[in-house]
Design a protein around this ligand. Sequence first.
Ligand SMILES: Nc1nc2c(ncn2[C@@H]2O[C@H](COP(=O)(O)OP(=O)(O)OP(=O)(O)O)[C@@H](O)[C@H]2O)c(=O)[nH]1
Ligand SMILES: [Mg+2]
Length: 205
Amino acid sequence: MFSLFYGLWKYLFSKTEFHVLILGIDKAGKTTLLEKLKSLYSNLEGLSPDRIVPTVGLNIGRLEVLNAKLVFWDLGGQPGLRSIWEKYYEEAHAVIYVIDAACPSKFEDSKSALEKVLRHEDLQGAPLLVLANKQDLPEAVSAEELSRYLDLKKLDERVYMFEAVSGYDGMGIKNSVEWLVDIMERSKRTEILRARAGGAGLRSA
Ligand SMILES: Nc1nc2c(ncn2[C@@H]2O[C@H](COP(=O)(O)OP(=O)(O)OP(=O)(O)O)[C@@H](O)[C@H]2O)c(=O)[nH]1
Ligand SMILES: [Mg+2]
């Protein structure tokens, strides 16, 4: 009996794979961050920044962070590619939204793209990590300043955090991703996605 329940418990809880969407406008530094994550959490050497080109399709990174299996989906942020983002919303456990904190002229574009993401019903309740990227540059604004500028209205019920990071030197990345893992493990959204996946399994059985 015990082994039956243990087997069920393992099936339900230990196999969770978290899907994390990495979004943000073009040149925010999403792919550079993903490559940095690979070097921080695996023995793969991520691509160096000079070998990274603008993303047109999808980059996938599979990593283990604090014993959790994460699948990162890094999408292109050029205006003509942003309509693809929503195809991934339904299956995403959380969103990392990357902003070039050293380029205030692009804050408005970043803000409106993020507001559109947050309005989408397929992302209801998904935890949000906003990264004020490129902190290695002296002109970069702090996470607090960026948060004040964005002044997001649609955050009421959402768990979120702003963090200052650099995809070049790795500053702040581990902290923020580990925060996200902890939040995803406890989030209502994860419960809902898990129940949906279990239901699909039963239907197809
Ligand atoms: N100084 C600095 N430059 C960065 C950092 N991260 C990325 N960059 C540079 O910013 C530019 C864009 O980086 P990408 O990682 O390609 O940006 P992206 O958000 O993936 O862009 P798209 O794929 O077009 O959406 C490149 O020239 C990078 O070298 C960073 O942390 N610091
Ligand atoms: Mg990219």
